[in-house]
Design a protein around this ligand. Structure first.
Ligand SMILES: Cc1cc2nc3c(=O)[nH]c(=O)nc-3n(C[C@H](O)[C@H](O)[C@H](O)COP(=O)(O)OP(=O)(O)OC[C@H]3O[C@@H](n4cnc5c(N)ncnc54)[C@H](O)[C@@H]3O)c2cc1C
Length: 374
């Protein structure tokens, strides 16, 4: 570390939501920030992917939450209220919500995507973003925001064009998405279809084929010009989210929703907390332990319960949460930390293990971005 960490430029590895949220927070406070992005564009690994910015883990609205932490909504965010879910026996469940259940957003380098919106905000505040600049070490003050390091889940399928109306559909069926769920999202003539799998990765092609066939049968899926797409997610609650003296944020830390992989809000929140820890000389571990860990621990318990008896537990969960006037309320309760879930955590921890083994990233003198120790 250099002599005056409060005035030095902060270097951030990775221009994903976590890294850019950290950059925006630091720049708002007047700090010099350089973001290093290994690709020539933001959101390279997502390329027109539609994703859901969930609106159920807090009582307040997700977009207001972003505004409150200093992020503007300069990207397309389509509010989604009603949708349809199916279980493995083709039983249909209506999803209805008074407030938006989630906001459909685009990822990738497109003009209206979340990634481009965050990039524009950062650059307008004077943040320097260096593309095609892969970091291997950080000298001085830095934040590591390089995304997932190991695949605990994968989501694979297609992006496509379509004449189908806007909407979203979900199927919970082990034969399509082992340990996870299959989904179809359509907005303005474009679509994303994916099987989100927590196991059985080697048979991904089979699961993608079955997912496409199921949506063709159940909702009349029509795809034009399909392009294959997929990506991985890393779900892990570390003891410490420091690598040496540098905070780890977003999926590089393993911060994710272990139940279903809704990691965007955790990525952004952790980026903001890491920036605040640098600005206020606070301990980042204290901040995220207090504000993010209870929710992540709850998601580990939820995952263990979800996996309990496969298709039968999905059916039970769908019955409990859907066909209700307000599904958002049911999901809020599912995601809310509680005493009973705290008691179940030790058992859940025995049932869920991240594939990522390099715990030694946490040791104090480690400065590598891609630590492979251990
Ligand atoms: C297919 C798919 C669908 C998903 N759907 C949803 C969803 O619907 N809702 C939701 O909330 N979440 C979803 N997620 C999860 C969500 O996308 C992630 O949790 C989120 O993007 C994590 O943000 P991040 O900034 O930590 O990492 P990333 O978004 O991966 O960004 C990391 C950045 O760092 C760059 N980088 C990596 N290494 C280096 C280096 N050494 N030097 C410089 N730059 C580097 C990368 O190029 C990348 O731009 C999905 C994930 C996948 C794969």
């Amino acid at each position: 570390m250099k002599d005056n960490p409060n005035t030095d430029s902060v270097h951030i590895a990775g221009a994903g939501p976590a890294g850019l949220a950290a950059a925006i927070t630091l720049a708002h406070a007047g700090r010099q920030v350089v973001v290093h992005e290994m690709h020539s564009e933001v959101g390279h690994r997502f390329q027109k992917d539609f994703q859901g910015l969930e609106n159920w883990s807090t009582k307040g609205n997700a977009l207001s939450f972003l505004n409150d932490i200093g992020i503007d909504i300069n990207f397309t965010a389509k509010p989604c209220h009603t949708g349809t879910a199916y279980d493995a026996w083709d039983t249909q469940y209506d999803i209805k919500s008074d407030h938006p259940l989630f906001y459909l957003i685009e990822r990738g380098p497109g003009p209206n995507s979340l990634d481009t919106g965050l990039l524009k905000q950062a650059q307008a505040l004077g943040v320097e973003v260096r593309f095609k600049d892969k970091l291997t070490t950080i000298e001085g003050v830095g934040i590591l925001a390089a995304g997932p390091k190991a695949p605990d889940a994968i989501a694979v399928g297609y992006h496509f064009e379509t004449d189908m109306p806007d909407g979203y559909w979900v199927i919970c069926d082990e034969n399509l998405a082992p340990g996870g769920y299959a989904y179809l999202l359509i907005m303005d003539g474009h679509g994303t279809i994916k099987t989100c799998m927590f196991t059985g990765f080697k048979q991904e092609k089979t699961y993608v084929k079955r997912t496409v066939e199921a949506f063709e049968r159940l909702v009349g899926l029509e795809m034009k010009n399909p392009v294959s797409h997929g990506g991985a997610g890393n779900f892990r609650i570390p003891d410490s989210a420091y690598s040496g003296l540098n905070p780890l944020v977003g999926e590089q830390a393993g911060f994710q929703d272990t139940l279903w992989g809704f990691g965007i809000r955790l990525a952004i929140s952790s980026g903001v907390l890491a920036a605040q820890s640098l600005l206020n000389n606070e301990n980042y571990d204290d901040l995220w332990h207090q504000q993010l860990r209870p929710q992540m621990q709850t998601s580990v318990v939820n995952r263990a319960l979800y996996n309990l008896v496969g298709n039968h537990s999905y059916k039970w969960l769908l019955r409990r949460t859907t066909n209700k006037p307000d599904v958002r309320h049911a999901l809020f309760k599912l995601y809310r930390p509680s005493l009973i879930k705290r008691c179940l955590l030790p058992i859940a921890n025995l049932r869920y293990n991240s594939r990522r083994k390099d715990k030694a990233c946490n040791h104090v003198d480690c400065h590598c971005v891609w630590c492979r120790h251990g």
